[in-house]
Design a binder for this molecule. Structure first.
Ligand code: MN
Length: 232
């Protein structure tokens, strides 16, 4: 047995609906643009192939958490997303085999420091500081695909203090889940524990300290988090 000089970090994990067991998280991949209307609202071309960025595994937080308003931003944005949980390893997964690599699904929010992202885009710098910060990946309880099936349509929505801001449908995904899994696995070997945030529909916007985010995907689940005061 390996001895470590300090105690090993805790294993990041996501809740599973109706179970005391949890899903251990290995990596978090996110699709940059995957709904035509959102792609257009940020001034991009919807015909571009999907691209990916990542967040650290320990950016996940459970539904019900209060997340302090993050540092370095005055424009924290919400992005509601269908989350795919990988259960079986695969490299260069064929599109027709993609579903067999999926353990389940959840509902996540890709929290974004939009002002830092805008600066990064202008300066051709990495997105990490805009996307991969502490507690930037709230994710509701996962439902096993054995129960939910593999959704290809269904409402995906988000509200701030009860006011609906994002209201789309999974049928609007430019690159459906099978394509996302297959294309991601062209770049890296996917392994059990990987999460893929599959992109957000139109209606992204700012959320303030003290506001509550709720959201859901029909047939998959829901999430709610509150944005708290900044850490001192
Ligand atoms: Mn996103």
């Amino acid at each position: 047995m390996t001895d470590y000089v300090l105690p090993p970090p805790a294993i990041a994990s996501v809740a599973i609906a109706g179970s005391a067991e949890r899903f251990a998280v290995r990596r978090i991949f996110c699709v940059g643009r995957n709904y035509a209307a959102h792609t257009r609202e940020l001034g991009n071309d919807e015909r571009d192939p999907p691209f990916f960025f990542t967040k650290p595994a320990d950016a996940v937080v459970d539904s019900g958490t209060e997340i302090p308003y993050p540092a370095l931003t005055a424009n924290l944005h919400h992005e509601i997303e269908l989350v795919v949980a990988i259960g079986k390893p695969g490299f260069r997964i064929a599109r027709e085999d993609a579903m067999s690599h999926i353990w389940g699904y959840g509902v996540g929010v890709d929290l974004t420091r939009r002002d830092l992202q805008d600066q990064a885009k202008k300066a051709a710098r990495p997105w990490d500081w805009s996307k991969a910060f502490d507690q930037s990946a709230p994710c509701g309880p996962l439902v096993p695909a054995a129960k939910s099936g593999h959704p290809d349509k269904g409402r995906i929505w988000l509200a701030v203090n009860g006011e609906v801001k994002q209201d789309g449908d999974l049928a609007e995904l430019i690159w459906p889940v099978a394509d996302v899994v297959a294309i991601c696995s062209e770049a890296v070997e996917l392994k059990a524990g990987d999460l893929i945030f599959t992109g957000t529909p139109a209606g992204v916007g700012a959320v303030q300290a003290g506001q509550k985010i709720t959201g859901g995907v029909d047939g998959i689940g829901a999430i709610e988090v509150t944005i708290g005061q900044p850490r001192r």
